[in-house]
Design a protein around this ligand. Structure first.
Ligand SMILES: Nc1ncnc2c1ncn2[C@@H]1O[C@H](COP(=O)(O)OP(=O)(O)OP(=O)(O)O)[C@@H](O)[C@H]1O
Length: 742
């Protein structure tokens, strides 16, 4: 058994010891009979799963073989087939391709069931009858009245028998939302009320039953503590077996529009957002498919870290963009965009001031108001349409006719607030129609095309592209000093989304193919988006959205700070708050609470080792302390260790030094896979990730002195799950609240 598996097994055994005692007290059976019953059931289900896997493998192989054969035949007969025959064969091939993919996917799901077919059992007795029922076989209750359901990641029906129900099915609400006693769920045919006679948590790994315990609140807490106590690895995992009630309410919230989740560090926001996506994909099959869901995440490495959750839940991976990748995609052909520079790494005060000015609500508001005026949105006063100063019409020859400047101006105003590209196209169409009408087609041979006319109209615009429009805005509002001329066609990061807003004024949201196809957008780490970024995203993605983050984890003091401020950019948004923290041991959570006292925060109690503090003096001392922490981590059998520095610059320097003795990965904006093992990172790039253990470097008063630094320190402390070492050179940061350390 690998060391980390042994660590996890120890946790399970501890759970069984305490749950065994609890089961004796809570139910009239004891855990041995529960285990025997569940072992027998598991053997039966695994037999069916194996048979289903065999059948699915056979089907997948046959469909793949026929697909290959048909492809080869089509290739061989190319050129000999009539066009309609070729078209039909290609259609048939595509259909077979889709069938093969489906068979492959269903085989993959079934193979996963072999490992762990289900995680819970709920027994429901409908109606009054259930009221007298309890765990085990209650008197007066018929077998038919008791509906026994096993819940797993995916459903399995074998020989007309529903062996496993999906965790997203209506009946699963019994497990997540109720304790034994009166219960109800919304079935497709209507609400079903009755009694939850039994709620059992079952852990199966590699086809082996690890434990089965009947639920009571203390067992539930133990199960949760066991799950949380496990070692982490390089990928985030699903939490279907231990979703908590407050989390379930968010996951199953199907109301359209925008849902904003403000949650304390480690409250499961990211996990919940991904489970919500899986839930919506299951519930709204007719309108939502994986390809129409997109996740906007803070970095590529974070995208990789979360990439396994949806496939684990049996869904296809969805599209993921980092904010920079999205900006680059949207501005293709307009401008290139420099990578972001975090506030902690900014060395140039002039650039920092420019960035800060562009991160304010006022800047976003002035840009949107100015663009609104240019587009000729109806004025608040008399309701008249303003004639945009951007359009400077001149008489335009159209075949034998002339479209007069005044007529063009009138048309331009009449089409307000249609985006400029479409509006010029409409005017070109009108001008052509008018010219045809007036000249009775006499000048057909000299008539320009609509596209040519549109090009000539564009030349009458004072700003002919989004970048020029943005510069004009800055000039008009006396803010030209905020713009640094692009070096080699690359604009500063803070200009990217203002230019996107200007691009929207030209093309409208439908002008961006990759984003207009999105029907559900997830935005993680909302607190680190500036108002301009939120505004641009809100206008671009006019679909349902799940937006999540934590205002206390602001790593860029320049962004939006409150969920209500975020909500202001998404009309009709609802805000929910999650106050329970799951990630870290009580010792780490207590330190986090000293760094950032959060009113109302509740932490799941799970004790571990005390947080270690060490004064290191100089770099040699820091490296020695890091070395010791690495040795301790290796001995523990845990999988991930995060060494966290304040800035990207410091992380890179330390990585170089630590790498002399240890294999490690330095996280940068370009890192696109989260590798596990020893990771050296800035706070910014560690955001959203978690490590079994973390070592904080240079947690000194000089490094972490301002309120913005306090946020950074909070993010850093809350990355650790089981163990934390805080290193400082001379004086610990006052935010650590450890005067006695001095
Ligand atoms: N109900 C749960 N059962 C088991 N584990 C959970 C549960 N809820 C959260 N967790 C675990 O807590 C940790 C934190 O979850 P997640 O990263 O989703 O939280 P977060 O709120 O996005 O964190 P942060 O904002 O600090 O990055 C993860 O290890 C996750 O698996």
């Amino acid at each position: 058994m690998r060391k980390e598996k042994a660590v996890d097994a120890e946790h399970d055994e501890a759970l069984l010891r305490s749950a065994g005692a609890d089961a004796d007290a809570d139910t009239d059976g004891g855990s041995p009979s529960i285990e025997a019953e569940e072992q027998a059931h598991l053997d039966e289900v695994l037999g069916a799963v194996r048979a289903a896997v065999d059948r699915a493998r056979g089907l997948a192989e046959r469909t793949e073989a026929s697909h290959r054969e048909a492809g080869a035949q089509l290739a061989a007969s190319r050129g000999e087939l009539a066009p309609e025959e070729a078209h039909l064969s290609a259609y048939e091939l595509n259909r077979m391709d889709a069938q093969a993919a489906l068979a492959h996917r269903s085989r993959g799901r079934l193979e996963k069931l072999l490992d762990s077919p289900y995680f819970a059992r709920v027994d429901f007795v409908e109606g009054e009858e259930g009221a007298s029922s309890s765990a085990g076989s209650a008197e007066g209750e018929t077998a038919a009245a008791r509906q026994i359901t096993y819940l797993g990641r995916f459903a399995l029906t074998w020989e007309n028998q529903a062996l496993i129900s999906d965790w997203r099915s209506p009946v699963a609400a019994l497990f997540y939302d109720f304790e034994p006693g009166p219960a109800a769920f919304e079935a497709p045919a209507g609400r079903r009320e009755g009694t939850l006679a039994l709620k059992r948590q079952i852990s199966i790994e590699e086809g082996q039953l690890r434990y089965a315990v009947d639920s009571s609140s203390s067992v539930r807490d133990e199960v949760l503590a066991t799950v949380l106590g496990r070692t982490s690895d390089a990928k985030m995992h699903d939490i279907v077996s231990s979703i908590q009630r407050e989390q379930n309410a968010v996951i199953r919230d199907e109301a359209p529009g925008t849902l904003i989740i403000q949650g304390v560090a480690g409250s499961g926001k990211t996990s919940i957002a991904l489970h919500r996506v899986a839930y919506l994909l299951y519930r709204q099959k007719e309108r939502l498919i994986s390809q129409s869901v997109a996740i906007l995440s803070p970095s590529r490495v974070f995208s990789d870290y979360i990439s396994g959750v949806l496939p684990e839940l049996g869904e296809e991976p969805v599209r993921q963009w980092s904010l920079h990748d999205l900006a680059a995609l949207l501005l293709e052909g307009i401008t290139k965009v420099a990578p972001p520079v975090s506030a902690a790494d900014e060395a140039d005060p002039v650039r920092a001031a420019r960035a800060a000015a562009k991160g304010t609500e006022a800047f976003a508001a002035s840009l949107t108001a100015w663009l609104g005026a240019q587009l000729g949105k109806k004025g608040a006063g008399d309701g008249k349409v303003a004639v945009s100063e951007l359009f400077e019409p001149r008489d335009l020859a159209v075949g034998g006719d002339v479209a007069e400047a005044s007529w063009l101006a009138e048309r331009f105003a009449a089409y307000a607030p249609v985006p400029f590209d479409e509006r010029l196209d409409l005017i070109a169409g009108d001008a052509l129609e008018l010219a045809h009408g007036k000249t009775f087609g006499r000048y057909v041979h000299t008539m320009p095309t609509r596209r040519e006319l549109r090009g000539r109209l564009l030349r009458m615009m004072r700003a002919k592209n989004p970048l020029a429009l943005y510069k004009r805005f800055l000039a008009d509002t006396g803010q030209s000093a905020l713009f640094k001329a692009p070096a080699k066609g690359v604009v500063e990061w803070e200009d990217a989304f203002p230019v996107v807003l200007c691009a929207l004024a030209f093309a409208g949201p439908d002008g961006f193919a990759p984003t207009s196809a999105v029907r559900h957008l997830v935005i993680d780490e909302m607190q680190d988006l500036t108002p301009v970024q939120h505004e641009a995203i809100s206008r671009l993605f006019r679909c349902d959205r799940t937006i999540l983050g934590d205002v206390n984890q602001l790593v860029d003091g320049r962004a939006v700070s409150a969920p209500e401020a975020v909500a202001a950019h998404y009309p009709g948004a609802r805000v929910v708050r999650l106050m329970t923290s799951y990630r870290s041991t009580s010792e780490i959570t207590e330190l986090a609470a000293r760094v950032m006292p959060v009113a109302g925060l509740v932490a799941v109690q799970r004790h571990g080792e005390a947080v270690r503090f060490a004064r290191c003096g100089d770099t040699v001392g820091v490296l020695a302390a890091v070395g010791e922490a690495i040795e301790r981590w290796r001995a523990s059998g845990r999988r991930t260790l995060g060494v966290i520095a304040k800035s990207d610059f410091l992380a890179a320097r330390y990585a170089e030094l630590i790498a002399r003795d240890h294999d490690l990965t330095l996280l940068t904006d370009e890192t696109d896979a989260y590798p596990g093992g020893i990771v050296v990172s800035s706070v910014r790039l560690a955001k959203g990730l978690e490590f079994d253990e973390a070592v904080l470097l240079d947690a000194d008063g000089r490094q972490y002195a301002t309120e913005a630094d306090r946020n950074l320190l909070y993010v850093a402390v809350t990355r650790a799950m089981h163990a934390l070492t805080v290193l400082y050179r001379d004086e610990p940061s006052p935010f650590l609240g450890e005067k006695r350390l001095r």
